[in-house]
Write a protein that binds this ligand. Sequence first.
Ligand SMILES: [Zn+2]
Ligand SMILES: [Zn+2]
Length: 143
Amino acid sequence: MSDIILGGSCLCGTVRYELTEAPFWAHSCHCTRCRKITGSPFAANAFVPLEALRYVEGEEHIRSYRVPKAERFTHTFCTVCGSTLPSPNPSKSRVVIPMGSLDDNPGLSPKAHIWVNSKAAWDVIADDLPQHPEALDFQPQEP
Ligand SMILES: [Zn+2]
Ligand SMILES: [Zn+2]
């Protein structure tokens, strides 16, 4: 239907991917795990349906680390440069897109902060977006 193609890649450029649909949602996650994998106060994550992600180059250089105690928290990354990459979540039929890996403008900004109860003491949220203490249940918007 749409001709949207958004490109993304890792730091070294070995892995390149495309999204064939614009993200339907984005948020900033302040949880401990997201802080670890980004080295930042929060992860800006966008979401697309599973079928909207395709790899263009370097798929064989992708590895995943699943946190043993976690239900599904998985860090997907480039084995050459370590950059965080899109992480498919088949149980929810969607892919988490680390927004910093996008090379094109996805056309939306994070709409909420989540896991604010877990945020770092030095993390100051300086905008007026809704703040959720823990996870947020969101669904793709009907077209
Ligand atoms: Zn890389
Ligand atoms: Zn998180």
